[in-house]
Design a protein around this ligand. Structure first.
Ligand SMILES: *Cc1c(COP(=O)(O)O)cnc(C)c1O
Length: 340
């Protein structure tokens, strides 16, 4: 039995989810005739109090579509230096939208309203790219699952309104934040213009991300999705997994968070660890003491059938998820306790 903590994307559909998939009513979603996709989109727009929602095959595509909808070629977006849209989407920002990124030196992947304001190029200074979009990430991936305070997002949205910028929220793991901070999804819908939410992460579905957004911006979303190759046909089978996840896998994220915190505490107490980032949700980021190499640590764990991620520059990552059981957890804590 492998304990795979590299990511929360490694989960397999549970028997209940498989059952929902097998019994889904489907149709051609490119014609907007898939009742299950339509239902998932309606549920998501209602949940976030947004006008519109669109189902995408991946979080990257939903983010890339949002960036395309908010910008014109030559313009610039503002994001944290560790942002997924900048680091992990294959350069799509420039490839798909012809847009550059102004990187902000945030705290664990989170940026502030004053950092945003300082990063805006003066609109009448035609030498520099026109700033048109701010992208936030919640929870942050490279930042170790950190969660924004709603107040910060509200302040950033005020700056966006003042300067006429769009606000996109990469909410790949937004439900983790909602559970950890006891927030309401609708509050995020008040401040962001578009939000992407992944079903393929902690929610445990095989694939799928829904982009929710305001009417004006979402009007062209279906065309952009088509251009990116994301129009899918009988994809209600996957939307059924998303609906199942909304009904069954949101509250339980609490368990993933508890286990991540317990891992984090054990790591913090061990002499072979240099630093553990604060653990707020299901991601634990940590650094080894100088005498231990990342390669050796990872392969020692691997020999015990435990997999974790190396994020580079000394950063190691553990992600808990719904296929990480209490038994695996007890065993992993013991391994960490006894490691020298
Ligand atoms: C996983 C993730 C995405 C989307 O990734 P896909 O693999 O394309 O689904 C987007 N943003 C963040 C922060 C993520 O962690």
């Amino acid at each position: 039995m492998i304990t795979d903590l590299r990511s929360d994307t490694v989960t397999r559909p549970s028997p209940g989810m498989l059952d929902a998939i097998m019994h889904a009513k489907t149709g051609d979603d490119v014609y907007k005739e898939d009742p299950t996709v339509n239902e998932l989109e309606q549920r998501m727009s209602a949940l976030f109090g947004m006008d519109d929602a669109l189902f995408f095959p991946s979080g990257s595509m939903a983010n890339q579509a949002a960036i395309k909808l908010h910008t014109n070629p030559g313009e610039q977006l503002i994001c944290d230096k560790w942002a997924h849209v900048y680091h992990y989407e294959g350069g799509g920002v420039s490839f798909n939208s012809g847009v550059s990124c102004k990187l902000v030196d945030g705290d664990r992947g989170m940026i502030t309203a004053s950092q945003v304001e300082e990063s805006i190029n003066p609109p009448d200074f035609y030498h520099s790219p026109l700033t048109s979009l701010v992208c936030l990430e919640n929870t942050t991936n490279k930042g170790g699952g950190a969660c924004y305070e709603l107040e910060t997002i509200k302040e950033i949205s005020k700056v966006c309104d003042k300067y006429g910028l769009g606000l996109h929220l990469d909410g790949a793991r937004l439900m983790n934040a909602v559970i950890a901070k006891k927030q309401q999804p609708i509050e995020f819908g008040k401040y962001a213009d578009t939000i992407s939410v992944c079903f393929s992460k902690g929610l445990g579905a095989p694939l799928g991300t829904v982009l929710v957004g305001k009417k004006g911006i979402m009007e062209n979303a279906i065309r952009v999705r088509k251009v990116l190759g994301g129009g899918m046909r009988q994809v209600g089978f996957m939307a059924a997994a998303g609906i199942y996840a909304l009904d069954n896998n949101v509250e339980r994220l609490e368990e993933d968070h508890r286990r991540a915190k317990e891992i984090s505490e054990v790591l913090r107490s061990r002499p072979y660890i240099n630093k553990v980032e604060p653990t707020e949700t299901n991601i634990v980021i940590f650094y080894l003491a100088e005498r231990v190499s990342e390669e050796n640590f990872i392969s020692d764990l691997q020999r015990k059938n435990i997999l974790i991620s190396n994020m580079g520059h000394g950063k190691l990552r553990i992600v808990t998820h719904l296929d990480y059981t209490e038994d695996m957890h007890a065993h992993f804590l013991e391994v960490l306790q006894n490691y020298e």
